[in-house]
Ligand binder design. Structure first.
Ligand code: SF4
Length: 293
């Protein structure tokens, strides 16, 4: 419940309903963000040049994450999204997803490079995950150059995810991939994905981020592309030039989404340089971060 009204969400179908004619008293507003992304671990065996995940070893305690999930669920959070690093490299990842799905009503999602997925792991995640995201930066030889893994392997991973839950394709858009937008959309459609999430490359210590020219190209393409999959774009500034839907009218960024890194630091989003270490209660940390602005 928020200033926008009462938000109903079904994690299995993904249906959202906003009852915006209901006026919610301030004391009943949700104390949690609508969605929290969690970097379970910094570990990842790939070496993508544009990766923004810290490279020092760190991982969150499983019991701690489960306790946060229960607390967030009670405070009105609707979904947890696991990333990293690579979340499938996290010890007993499937057990954590299953514990959270059983103990809360939140959607459990994760983003993966796909190269650790096996039929056995997918079986153990069945029923415990409601949406998955597969990172595919470019197709064919471009993918293999950027990710250092065979493209055929990520095609197999897409097949495994398709048997698990609805899934989307995430694609970092930069000088290497800007020329393959049509191919990425065709790939997403062919493997049965329901969404293509475009992630304009963010600047890191090693990379400058997407160029202005490539950003403009992306905007033009998204405005005219007739794809068979839903298009989405990460919040990077470019979305203001695109005809994107406003998920909840009037919703403030910190009410929509926050991020916890693998050191247990709560941040406004994954690229934010500052944050707040979570002490005992994650909902208290959420409130403090909001007060800090
Ligand atoms: S797969 Fe993801 S976490 Fe791993 S190096 Fe590439 S961008 Fe970073």
């Amino acid at each position: 419940m928020t200033a926008s009204g009462v938000h109903l969400f079904d994690r299995v179908s993904g249906v959202n309903v906003l009852l915006d004619e209901v006026s919610v008293p301030v004391e009943q507003y949700s104390r949690a963000p609508r969605y929290l992304s969690v970097a379970l671990t910094n570990a990842c065996e790939l070496r993508c040049g544009y990766c923004y995940a810290p490279k020092h070893a760190a991982a969150l305690d499983r019991e701690r994450v489960l306790a946060w999930a229960v607390e967030l669920d009670a405070a009105g959070c609707l979904g947890l999204g696991f990333g990293g690093g690579e979340p499938t490299a996290y010890r007993r990842f499937a057990q954590l997803c299953s514990d959270i799905a059983r103990s809360t009503s939140m959607a459990v999602t994760f983003t993966t490079h796909g190269h650790r997925l096996t039929p056995e792991l997918v079986d153990s995640l069945r029923g415990a995950v409601h949406f998955a995201r597969l990172s595919v930066d470019g197709v064919g030889a471009t993918y293999e150059r950027l990710r250092g893994r065979p493209f055929a392997a990520v095609v197999r991973a897409a097949g495994l995810l398709d048997s698990l839950a609805p899934f989307g394709i995430n694609a970092v858009i930069n000088a290497d991939t800007i020329g393959e937008l049509d191919e990425l959309a065709e790939f997403a459609e062919r493997v049965g994905a329901c969404e293509l999430l475009l992630l304009p490359e963010q600047p890191t210590a090693a990379t400058p981020g997407i160029s202005d020219a490539d950003g403009q190209h992306l905007i033009r393409w998204a405005g005219t592309a007739g794809t068979g999959v839903r298009l989405a774009i990460s919040r990077t500034g470019l979305e203001t030039a695109l005809p994107t839907a406003e998920a909840i009218p009037g919703e403030l960024p910190l009410d929509a989404h926050m991020h916890v890194d693998a050191m247990g630091v709560l941040r406004p989003h994954a690229y934010a340089s500052t944050g707040l270490p979570v002490g005992g209660s994650i909902v208290d940390a959420v409130q403090t971060l909001k007060e800090m602005g």
